[in-house]
Design a binder for this molecule. Structure first.
Ligand SMILES: [Zn+2]
Length: 281
């Protein structure tokens, strides 16, 4: 299963790529218009940073114009995929483009039978729109699941993408369909790794660790005092000498490679010079 990021925002794409979970990117005119930047420059930037297919959508419903646009975009990079709307004109364009070896993603499909036609026409990908299928009152899990089964049965090479994933609650259901690709908007993707119970568990573990460190500090400090058999308060906390002492507030000493917090006290010049005193805070 592959995950694509559904955005044209560079920072969001870079962030998702850094997680190591992104196999490609999808855009559409609505997503690009939100960015308010020159289209070609932004697309080329995305094509350069995404190590995988990047879908760029045509902006016309005329077959010949779609083919001309597709041929232009296709020259921008080897990972270009042309998004073509699921219409009769679109199918005609996909038929022409697939014969030229140009990869396509037939978009805005809402049913299994539409997806089958896209595959037949030579599309590389077909995108079923989860949220919009549910808006119409259909069970998107069933529609996509059936399409996946049919594609497997007839051994179509075309890969199915689930788009229009608007809520984190859609994700598990979408994965269960056995679909090839999920394309997820950054806002939804960011919610997947977080879970209130996961966060509270991590906080709990760290609190235990902090308590442990405090106890270790107290233990080591007592041990230093005992080891040195210190008789007066005016001695070096580090080596026990009573010569050339400097008074420190909230002393931090390095003992056996471990920083130890001590109360206010004295340290000698030799210990300071030898780096056994990490400082005071
Ligand atoms: Zn000393």
């Amino acid at each position: 299963m592959e995950i694509f990021i559904d955005t044209a925002n560079i920072e969001e794409i870079k962030e998702a790529i850094s997680w190591g979970v992104i196999d490609g990117c999808t855009t559409n005119p609505k997503i690009v218009s939100k960015e308010n930047v020159p289209f070609e420059a932004r697309m080329k930037e995305i094509l350069a940073i995404v190590d995988g297919p990047v879908s760029i959508e045509v902006t016309t419903n005329d077959t010949n114009e779609m083919v001309v646009e597709a041929e232009t975009y296709n020259k921008w990079a080897p990972n270009v995929v042309i998004k073509i709307p699921m219409t009769i004109e679109g199918l005609k364009a996909v038929n022409i483009l697939s014969r030229k070896g140009i990869k396509t993603n037939v978009t805005a499909a809402m049913s299994m039978k539409q997806a089958v036609l896209a595959a037949k026409s030579g599309a590389t990908y077909v995108s079923l729109f989860w949220g919009r299928i549910e808006d119409m009152g259909y069970d998107a899990e069933k529609v996509v699941g059936d399409t996946v089964q049919v594609f497997e049965k007839y051994k179509f090479k075309c890969k199915i993408i689930i788009g229009s994933l608007r809520q984190v609650s859609h994700i598990s259901r979408a994965i269960r369909t056995g679909v090839h690709v999920l394309t997820i908007p950054p806002a939804v993707l960011k919610q997947i790794p977080t879970n209130p119970r996961t966060e509270s568990t991590i906080v709990e573990f760290l609190l235990f660790w902090e308590e442990y460190k405090k106890r270790q500090n107290k233990y080591l400090f007592k041990k230093i005092k005992k080891d040195r058999e210190v008789k007066t308060d005016k001695h070096c906390y580090c080596c026990g000498t009573e010569k050339e002492l400097t008074y420190y507030k909230n002393l931090v000493l390095k003992t056996k490679g471990f920083p130890v917090r001590c109360p206010d006290g004295y340290v000698c010049k030799d210990c300071i010079n030898a780096g056994r005193v990490l400082g005071s805070e």
